[in-house]
Design a protein around this ligand. Structure first.
Ligand code: ZN
Length: 260
């Protein structure tokens, strides 16, 4: 799944230069790290209630940060309408969408890592269900059902829909390292990154040896915001997965795909 998006990015970078220029122009108009919030409850405060039975103020919704979305558990129906997103630009000038609170935590993590000489950037974070559906349809058309099912997350069942799952890449000696096969070589760098995750509310989501529970092979770059350092530390200290923390075990076939 992760690999596919890199392929798409490279393809886009090579073939659709105009699109990139347009993106750059958009980026020039919008400040880096600008917040895109949808929906924006604050903007609705001017709207008068249409009937006396409606509340006169919006009740602030809060996401269930430890939410479980995996091959067995679908994104909650109302998730996207309650999601507040921050858009950030990475070193490739790609715009990456991250859930607001997770984004704040990520920048703190990034800063503390940089102080130790470890440089990370955001490859991919939130993808909407609609976007995943487009990718799914494209792969079904081009490669058929078997390949698509093996390599693309089923729309609605990707943790990336939450905006809380972040795929990192590395910058080593001034060079971006973003291909999976290259990134996995830097085990000591990942160890330094993983050691700091819980302090900022993140966990390493797909652990080695836990493929049968998570449904995914080991991914050192895929981190997940769970809402608080307390929860993250408990999960990390126990060496368990989010599924185990939530006491939800998978059912059915969770055979890890080969191309993860
Ligand atoms: Zn990922």
């Amino acid at each position: 799944m992760f690999y596919i998006f890199k392929e798409i990015r490279r393809e886009r970078n090579e073939k659709i230069l105009c699109a990139i220029l347009a993106l750059a122009l958009t980026a020039a108009l919008a400040s880096c790290g600008s917040t895109v919030v949808e929906p924006q409850p604050e903007q609705q405060t001017d709207v008068q209630p249409t009937s006396s039975t409606e509340p006169e103020f919006e009740i602030e919704t809060s996401l269930n940060y430890p939410v479980l979305v995996n091959k067995e558990n679908e994104l909650p129906e109302d998730w996207e309408e309650n999601l507040e997103i921050t858009t950030v630009k990475n070193s490739f000038d790609d715009e990456v969408e991250v859930e607001k609170q997770a984004c704040d935590a990520y920048f703190k993590l990034k800063e503390v890592l940089a102080a130790e000489g470890v440089y990370v950037d955001l490859d991919s974070a939130r993808r909407s269900v609609a976007e995943q559906q487009r990718i799914w349809d494209k792969f079904m058309e081009q490669y058929g059902e078997v390949y698509t099912k093996r390599t693309v997350a089923v729309p609605g069942f990707s943790e990336h829909h939450t905006g809380l799952a972040l795929d990192l890449y590395l910058n080593i000696d001034g060079e971006d390292v973003y291909l999976n096969e290259d990134m996995v070589k830097y085990t000591d760098v990942w160890a330094k990154i993983h050691a700091k995750l819980a302090d900022y509310g993140f966990i390493l989501r797909y652990l080695e040896g836990k493929e049968a529970i998570t449904g995914y092979g080991y991914e050192p770059w895929h981190i997940r915001y769970v809402g608080s350092p307390e929860i993250a530390k408990e999960i990390t200290d126990k060496g368990i997965t989010l599924e185990e923390y939530l006491n939800i075990l998978p059912v059915g076939d969770v055979t890890p795909p080969k191309d993860e």
